[in-house]
Design a protein around this ligand. Structure first.
Ligand SMILES: Nc1ncnc2c1ncn2[C@@H]1O[C@H](COP(=O)(O)OP(=O)(O)OP(=O)(O)O)[C@@H](O)[C@H]1O
Ligand SMILES: [Mg+2]
Length: 277
C-alpha cells in the first residue's frame, strides 16, 4: 500500500515556515533545536526547527557561490552563511553550534567535503550531510515516489522506494534557463528577466514563454521514470513556483504530479529536520 500524503498538512507546515522568513520573525526556541544549511545554486537558506520539527526561524539569501553542489566561491559562501547565521542568532537569541547540510544526490568526496567545510568555517559542527531528495521526502512524509527538484541550474530526479533513494539523475535545465528564455523574449537583461519571472502578477503572462522549458524538464523526468514503477511525482525547488507547472508535467508524463506550497523551502526545511546530534 502506498501512503498518500496529507497535502493540506504539509502545506500548512511549510507555509508557517515561509511566514517566519517573510516576517523575519522567530518562534520561541527550545533546548534541542535543529539547524539546516542549504547551499543552493540560487539561494542559501538556514532553517531552524524545534525537536518536534516545528519551524522556529529561517533566513535566506540569493547567491551564486555554489553551483549544483560544487562550491565555486568558498570565501563568498562562508561570508553569506556567517551573515545568515548571525541574523538567525539575533532573532532567536541563541547561538547556532550544530547544523546539517545537504548535497545533490551523487555528490562525492571532495565536493561533499567542501560543502561541509563551508558550514564548519562558520563555527557550526556538521551533524549530517544528507542528500537533497531525502531531505525533501521527510518534509513531504513520503517513502515512495519520484522527487523532482527544479532548482536554479538543474532538474534533479530521485526515485524513492521504501524510504531509500534507488535512482537519481541531475540534468542541466533549471530556473536559469527559464530566465534566459524570458530575457530573449522580452529583450531584457538576465538580471531583469530573473526579477520579472518571479513577479507574482506577471507569472500567468510569462508562463507560455517559459512553457517549452517546463516541457523539456518534463521530458527529462519522463525518460528517467519510465524504468521504474512510479505512482506519484512530487515537485519541489524554486523554479516550480509557477501555478501551472505541475499541470504541464502531468500532461507530458501522465503521472499524478503534486507540488506543495512554497516548493523552494521544502528541501531547506528537510535538512534541518534531519540534523542529528
Ligand atoms: N516565485 C518564483 N517564481 C518562479 N521562479 C522562482 C521563484 N522563486 C524562485 N524561483 C527560481 O527558482 C530557482 C532557485 O530555486 P532553488 O532555490 O530551489 O534552487 P537552488 O537550491 O538554489 O539551486 P539548485 O538546487 O539547482 O542547486 C531560481 O532559478 C529562481 O529564479
Ligand atoms: Mg536546491
Amino acid at each position: 500500500m502506498l501512503m498518500s500524503i496529507n497535502l493540506e498538512k504539509v502545506n500548512n507546515y511549510i507555509t508557517s515556515f515561509a511566514r517566519l522568513i517573510d516576517e523575519r520573525r522567530a518562534n520561541l526556541v527550545t533546548e534541542n533545536f535543529k539547524v539546516g544549511v542549504d547551499l543552493g545554486t540560487a539561494n542559501i537558506i538556514i532553517s531552524v526547527v524545534d525537536e518536534q520539527g516545528n519551524p522556529v526561524a529561517g533566513a535566506t539569501y540569493p547567491a551564486s557561490v555554489v553551483k549544483d553542489g560544487l562550491v565555486v566561491d568558498y570565501v563568498g559562501a562562508v561570508q553569506i552563511v556567517k551573515q545568515l547565521k548571525e541574523q538567525v542568532e539575533e532573532m532567536i537569541g541563541v547561538r547556532l553550534t550544530h547544523a546539517a547540510t545537504a548535497v545533490p544526490p551523487g555528490t562525492i568526496g571532495g565536493n561533499m567535503k567542501a560543502i561541509a567545510n563551508v558550514v564548519e568555517a562558520c563555527e557550526m559542527e556538521v551533524t549530517n550531510v544528507i542528500d537533497e531528495p531525502t531531505a525533501a521526502a521527510s518534509v513531504l512524509g513520503i517513502t515512495d515516489g519520484a522527487v523532482v527538484d527544479v532548482g536554479g541550474g538543474t532538474t534533479g530526479i530521485s526515485i524513492i522506494k521504501k524510504g531509500k533513494v534507488i535512482f537519481t539523475a541531475d540534468e542541466p535545465t533549471g530556473g536559469t534557463h527559464m530566465s534566459l528564455v524570458v530575457a530573449g523574449h522580452y529583450r531584457i537583461s538576465l538580471t531583469e528577466a530573473e526579477q520579472l519571472k518571479k513577479e507574482r502578477t506577471k507569472q500567468n503572462e510569462i508562463f507560455p514563454v517559459i512553457k517549452p522549458v517546463v516541457e523539456k524538464m518534463a521530458a527529462i523526468v519522463n525518460r528517467h521514470v519510465q524504468d521504474y514503477d512510479v505512482e506519484k511525482i512530487y515537485v519541489v525547488g524554486g523554479a516550480s513556483c509557477f501555478d501551472d507547472f505541475e499541470k504541464v508535467f502531468f500532461k507530458e508524463i501522465g503521472i499524478e504530479t503534486i507540488k506543495p506550497a512554497h516548493p523552494l523551502l521544502i528541501t531547506p526545511l528537510g535538512i534541518a529536520l534531519n540534523s542529528w546530534r
